[in-house]
Design a protein around this ligand. Structure first.
Ligand SMILES: Nc1ncnc2c1ncn2[C@@H]1O[C@H](COP(=O)(O)OP(=O)(O)O)[C@@H](O)[C@H]1O
Ligand SMILES: [Mg+2]
Length: 368
């Protein structure tokens, strides 16, 4: 199958007075696994429905391989959509469900048999061909729905939170399978989810969306490591946000003074001058924590505090460390004991934390 290239150009859409899509532009490449990530209600489903042709727009355009598809009805667009709730025909077998769109196209019985067998093998469900949907697990139903959506050989597959009805473990498994399937079929996937872990783990690129607007587009690494604003920094993963005033401008770093923390160095990734107030982000996993004092090198940030709360999370522990000047810093610590005699950190322990100044950087310049 061949993937299509999708261009969304300045699309705006209203429901009465409410603007659900605000000048949305996206360029999705041929064969890409592209995710649209955002909180519930931000307009993700509406955007997919616009691409599929179930919703019109007030302004803007949607192009497939360079040609506008806005005037094509849904069934004439080489695009197919998969919803959260499988939507299989309950009175048809797995085989008949997948064959359904092929029968509509009036393919011969031979062609249909051949094509359905290929699709069944693609989703590894050959032995379930004669089962009814009610006899399948949630994961199997969703795989059949995907096979049925692929039967017409669309150029683009739109997936609207297809895994959200499944439990966490199965979601993980199916996500990996979806990723493999994407590699094998080669068509463009546009995957909508509100789950940041899902979007981050399989996508080639992610568009972060909030209140009808595209906030940031980038690789999972880019959107996680270099969030462009507070929304991006806090929606994906967890972070420490710190307000701080620039007290010194160095070549690579700013020395800043933050209420509740004190002075530290942060990366100079945006232009600011002495006296400007910045909002700085620092991910909890970038911080080291120990009961022993760190060698405080020239540029490193070292602070002392008390563990105010400790949350055991299985693979790691999350500490809330109250620094001497009052700020509460979130710190993750993996359970590998790098140094065998490293003392275990508990609630109310006195601790030291440190981080590389490169890992604390400006999200926004608040006041100049
Ligand atoms: N047919 C509709 N009429 C009026 N408002 C709608 C309609 N569909 C969605 N909305 C509103 O548009 C916003 C975005 O909805 P939706 O695209 O479903 O968001 P998401 O998929 O990101 O959760 C929501 O506030 C929702 O209530
Ligand atoms: Mg939705």
């Amino acid at each position: 199958m061949i993937g299509g290239e999708v261009s969304i150009k300045n699309v705006s859409k209203f429901f009465d007075d409410f603007q659900v899509l605000k000048n949305v532009s996206l360029d999705i490449k041929k064969g890409e696994f592209f995710s649209i990530l955002g909180p519930s209600g931000c307009g993700k489903t509406t955007l997919l429905r616009v691409i599929a042709g179930f919703e019109g727009v007030e302004s803007g355009d949607v192009l497939l391989d360079g040609k506008s598809i806005l005037n094509l009805p849904p069934n004439k667009r080489p695009v197919n959509i998969i919803f959260q709730n499988y939507a299989l025909f309950p009175h048809l077998t797995v085989f008949e469900n997948i064959a359904f769109p092929l029968k509509l196209k009036k393919l011969s019985e031979n062609e249909i048999n051949q094509r359905v067998s290929e699709l069944l093998s693609l989703i590894r469900m050959e032995e379930h061909a004669q089962k009814m949907p009610s006899q399948l697990s949630g994961g199997q139903k969703q795989r059949v729905a995907i096979a049925r959506a692929l039967a017409n050989e669309p150029r683009v597959l739109l997936l609207d939170e297809p895994l959200s009805a499944l439990d966490a473990k199965l979601r993980q498994e199916l996500l990996v399978e979806l990723d493999n399937l994407h590699d094998r079929v080669g068509i463009t996937f546009i995957y909508v989810t509100h789950d940041q872990a899902e979007a981050i783990s399989v996508s080639d690129r992610v568009a972060l969306m909030n209140e009808g607007e595209i906030v940031q587009v980038g690789t999972p690494y880019e959107v996680y490591e270099s969030p462009v604003n507070v929304f991006a920094a806090t929606f994906i993963g967890e972070t420490n946000l710190m307000k701080a005033e620039v007290v010194e401008v160095e070549d690579e770093y700013y020395v800043v003074e933050s209420p509740g923390i004190g002075q530290f160095r942060c990366y100079r990734d945006k232009e600011a001058k002495k006296g400007d107030v910045l909002l700085i982000t620092l991910r909890p996993e970038k911080i080291r924590i120990s009961k022993r004092e760190f060698q405080s090198g020239k540029i490193f940030n070292v602070f002392h505090g008390i563990v105010e709360e400790e949350i055991y999370m299985g693979h790691q522990t999350k500490y809330f460390v109250r620094l001497d000047e009052g700020y509460i810093m979130k710190v993750y610590k993996q359970h590998a004991r790098y140094i065998l005699d490293e003392p275990i950190i508990k609630w109310e322990d006195e601790v030291f934390i440190t981080w590389n100044p490169d890992d604390s950087f400006i999200v926004e310049v608040l006041e100049e």
